[in-house]
Design a protein. Structure first.
Length: 180
């Protein structure tokens, strides 16, 4: 397998036996691109890498320089965000509404309390047991979004992982389709 630089230090792997695929580890899971024309793979990898870098800069709670981290530091103040982050927050709120809160983007603080405060690859599996702390639950309905202005109550940490990955996958497929 050949490899090439990916985003955030990840490397893309090209399978010499399946020339139309590239794969890598990303955001605690595996990502894979499959194209029917192997000649299009380098272009597909480029457009996907560029878009996923934008998504990561917008909504990774593991990056201090991400927009979502800045939103968390706003202490309940209305904050202007990029169109991409606004789209991802709207998708998360829509998922929360459609699932009656079963998929809720305000679980970030609870995840941090449970020890998920960094990328999976950096979590030491040999750490001591995690102490559960019960707090006043946050709810997706506490998020206010008007155009590109977002307000999240102080102390609420957003985690868009579930929905942002889905939105990103759909958008990447569309980008690859449009660049062929």
């Amino acid at each position: 397998m050949d490899s090439a630089p990916g985003i955030s230090g990840h490397r893309w792997s090209y399978d010499e036996h399946d020339a139309g695929t590239a794969q890598w580890q990303l955001w605690g899971t595996h990502a894979r691109i499959l194209v029917t024309d192997p000649d299009q793979l380098p272009t597909a990898v480029r457009v996907v890498a560029e878009y996923l870098s934008e998504v990561e800069r917008a909504c990774s709670r593991f990056r201090e320089d991400s927009e979502i981290s800045a939103l968390g530091r706003a202490h309940g103040q209305s904050t202007m965000v990029s169109p991409l982050l606004a789209q991802l927050i709207r998708a998360a709120c829509t998922a929360a509404q459609r699932t009656d809160g079963d998929v809720d983007p305000t679980v970030g603080a609870a995840l941090v309390e449970l020890g998920y405060d960094r990328d999976f690859a950096k979590i030491d599996s040999a750490t001591t047991p995690i102490r559960a702390v019960f707090t006043q639950p946050a709810s997706w309905s506490m998020i206010s979004i008007q155009d590109y202005s977002v307000t999240v109550p102080a102390g609420v940490t957003l985690d868009l992982g579930a929905t942002a990955k889905a939105v990103a996958a759909d958008h990447c497929a569309q980008l690859v389709f449009e660049t062929r």
